[in-house]
Every structure is written in C-alpha cells, then in structure tokens.
Design a protein around this ligand. Structure first.
Ligand SMILES: [Zn+2]
Length: 460
C-alpha cells in the first residue's frame, strides 16, 4: 500500500521545543515548522517580515549526536526579495544519507534586511521519526524501547532481555551505559529496511553509536534471534559511549567480540566452526581482524568467533579493570597498538601469542600466515556530507531471514550476530561547516565520491 504509506509519511514532525518568533527592530522570523517525508526528506519553513527588503536568509541545522567538534550545516534557500518572505528549504536525505529514526534534528533561521539588520530565530528541535507506524514505548534502566507490532508482552520480553544483558555486561566487564539509549523495533526486516536508505540489504539491525540509537526488525517468530541481537546492538552503543574518539576507531575484533560476549557467547554452530579452525591451525591473525571483517561468510563467521574468544580471554585473564583502561586509552586518542600496550603491557602480537597459548592452539610463528581478509568498507556519502560523526559508523547485524537453516539444536536457533563484515568508517574528517546549496551540493557530492574512492584505495 505505497499510497497509504506515502500519505502517512507526509506529516508534521513533533516539535520538541516551541518556535517563538525572533524579531529585531522590525525584522521578524516566524518559524512555520517542518514537514517530513520519511525517510527521504525534511523541509523547513518560515516567514520573514521586515520594513526593509529582506536580502539574505540562512538555515543553520544539525543533528544532536557525538561529533568531532561543532558541526553546523548551512543552507541558503532561494526566495523572492520583498518585505514579507515565505521561505522553504528541503534536506534531501536521498542525497546525503538518512538519519536513523528517533534522531534529533535542530535548526534555526538567520535573516538580514537591506538596512543590515540581522535576526536569528531560537533553536528548534524535532524528532526525525518514522510516521508510518503508531509507535508505543516502554522504558527501563535508561533504555527506551519503541515498538508498534506485537503485544505489550513482546516489548516487555525484549526490554527485560536488553536490561539484563546490559547489567550482565557491566558486572562481567565493567562496561556500562553512560547515557540514555533508544531502541526502535520494526515488525520485520522489510519494514526496517524501509526506514534506512544506505545500509546493507542484509541488515536485520543497525546500531548508530553516535546517536545512541539502534533499529531492528524483529517479528514474533524471530524472538530468539531478537533477544541475542538486541543485546549485541546495545553493546555497540555502550562501546561507542565509553570510547568515542576523533582518533582511531575501536578495533573490529574488540567491538564485535564484546558484543558477542554480551550475547552470552557463541552458539553451538559457531563454536564447532571455531574449534575446527583451532585444530586446523587456520585462525586469522589479530591484526587482520582489527579493521573490518571479510565479506566471505566463513571467514567472517570465524572472525566473529575469534573476536569473542579474544575478549573472553582478556576478561577471564585480566579482568574488567584493564579492559576499561583499554577503552579509555582509545577514547583518549591512543592508537590500538599503544592502547593495548598501555593497558596490558603487550602489543597485538603479544596478545595473539598469549591468546593462542590460552587456547592451546599452535604458536603464531608455526601457523601459515593467513592473508588479511578484504574488509568491506562501504563509506557512504551520508557519512561525509551530513553533519555527522565519522568515527562511529552504523553497525549492522545480519537479518534473521539470512540465518543459517536447520540448526542442530534449539539453542542453535539463535543466529550468530553477523557472518559478514561491518562497514568500516571513512577516513577521519576534520571539523566542518557545510554549505549545502545548489551547485555547491553537487560539488560536495563529487568531492565525497572522489574522497571515498581514494580512501578505498588506501585501505586495500
Ligand atoms: Zn556487531
């Protein structure tokens, strides 16, 4: 029913803060609110009046999220000069990449008239919400779960699982949330895909650490998968909170390893696959799983299992204090090598040697070097053009529909989190102030594509 959905999507966004008119000696800005066609675009509207002809109107906007520095985008809408001007500007998410449902968008207007007077409207905040669904919510322990499909018991089950998972993670590793988290549960994977524009088609859940938001598609028949996946995604958000940095990213093995650890460990199928790799001396090197995983399903599955095993080793052997020190070192801008060394007294090679000994696997120097798997970096334009935070890329989890079939036991029905690689963030970007207008936008898109190509070459 695309027509009905389109009608439902065209709706006035919930304004979190009122938008009083701004005025300076006869120059007045009356904000008229925003309209959203989710997830494609949001349009901003205002009426500006003055005794003298209005010469310039600027929309300043951004998203409330963790960023490196103050990121404010500026748009310069066209308007017909006059003393009363109705002005509009549309943020085309199809061009820049969408924000996740629940993101908070802020904006303000700045107007100048022919006498040189300038007025600035107060900041307005609006929730970028998927208006196609009648969301309900339930909150517990700093988590708010939004859902629309299923009985209240379904949401109760998920938030209970999520809360217990976060508490268990904190108890075992010391890693705990620092700020509130929002979880959006779509009724199924297809409906979730309708909310995002540039994520992998296989994603069944995506974490947005910079926004403290995760979205997932969980139907009633996939509740077992959903229980594991929700804890997995929440862990990515918590890791983002405690380790956000404008320097190096948290290595993939650490980010994914602690997420699988929080789930409760490997399912029987992945455990068997991992044990076979240990016995066959076919483990991947730690350095090769630090910056993305292979796109090959078997190598990716092994990478997830190894990541879990590495984190399990660090927690079991050295405890929460050193693990927290490692995250703190990464947050403070250390490289991964330096951060590991400062926390544990050995580098990544030393970690691998000790971990292999713990596993009773072959020593590193007797193992045939495994070619580094090709990471699957697909930096999107959104991460370059939108006022967003480059180090914290969305982290997808595989769709339950892609789960391996014919599980060996009921426990094995829990799908492994993602036998495929997560997107790797693009190269670090300096603080920016964007000017998204006309030809400038086309230029920026061209530059972004060129930059992406260069970055991909550098990563190979
Ligand atoms: Zn993950």
């Amino acid at each position: 029913m695309p027509t009905l959905r389109a009608m439902l999507m065209l709706a006035l966004l919930l304004l979190i803060t009122p938008a009083p008119a701004a005025a300076q000696a006869g120059l007045t800005i009356a904000d008229s609110g925003v309209f959203v066609v989710f997830p494609d675009r949001i349009s901003f509207n205002a009426r500006v009046t003055s005794a003298a002809p209005i010469t310039k109107i600027v929309l300043e906007y951004g998203v409330d999220k963790r960023t490196c520095g103050d990121v404010t985008a500026r748009a310069f809408p066209d308007f017909t000069p006059g003393t009363t001007v109705d002005v509009h500007w549309t943020w085309e998410m199809l061009q820049t990449g969408s924000e996740p449902p629940g993101a908070t968008i802020w904006y303000r207007w700045r107007a100048t008239d022919g006498t040189g007077k300038t007025a600035v409207s107060p900041d307005v905040r609006a929730t970028w919400i998927d208006t196609a669904y009648a969301w309900r919510e339930i909150s517990r322990d700093g988590l708010t779960l939004h859902w629309y499909s299923g009985e209240p018991a379904f949401a109760e089950d998920l938030i209970t699982t999520a809360s217990k998972g976060v508490a268990r993670l904190a108890k075992l590793t010391g890693v705990r949330p620092q700020s509130p988290i929002n979880i959006y549960i779509y009724g199924n994977t297809e409906q979730m895909k309708g909310a995002i524009l540039h994520e992998p088609s296989w994603a069944g859940g995506v974490a947005y650490p910079a926004n403290n938001i995760t979205i997932m598609g969980i139907g009633p028949s996939y509740l077992d998968w959903g229980r594991r996946a929700i804890v997995h995604e929440l862990t990515h958000l918590v890791v983002g909170q405690i380790s956000f940095s404008c320097g190096e990213n948290v290595p993939t093995w650490l980010d994914e390893g602690i997420a699988v650890y929080a789930e409760g460990g490997l399912d029987p199928r992945s455990q068997l696959f991992f044990d076979t790799a240990v016995a066959a001396d076919s483990l991947l090197s730690v350095r090769s799983i630090s910056n993305g995983f292979s796109q090959h399903p078997d190598l990716a599955d092994l990478a997830y299992s190894q990541s879990y095993s590495l984190v399990a080793y660090l927690v079991a052997t050295y405890g929460p204090t050193k693990l927290l020190a490692l995250f703190g070192n990464l947050r403070d801008g250390m490289t991964v090598e330096a951060g590991v060394h400062a926390a544990y007294g050995f580098d990544l090679g030393g970690l691998e040697d000790r971990w292999r000994a713990w596993l009773k696997a072959a020593p590193r120097d007797r193992v045939t070097p495994t070619p580094a798997p090709t990471a699957s970096p697909i930096p999107t334009i959104s991460l370059i053009l939108v006022p967003t935070s480059p180090p914290m890329s969305p982290t997808p989890t595989i769709s339950p529909a892609l789960a391996p079939t014919a599980p060996a036991s009921p426990a094995a029905q829990a799908t492994p989190p993602a036998p495929t690689a997560r997107p790797t963030p693009p190269a670090q970007r300096p603080d920016i102030t964007l000017r998204l207008s006309g030809a400038g936008l086309a230029f920026l898109i061209g530059m972004a594509l060129a930059g992406t190509a260069v970055w991909k070459l550098l990563k190979m």
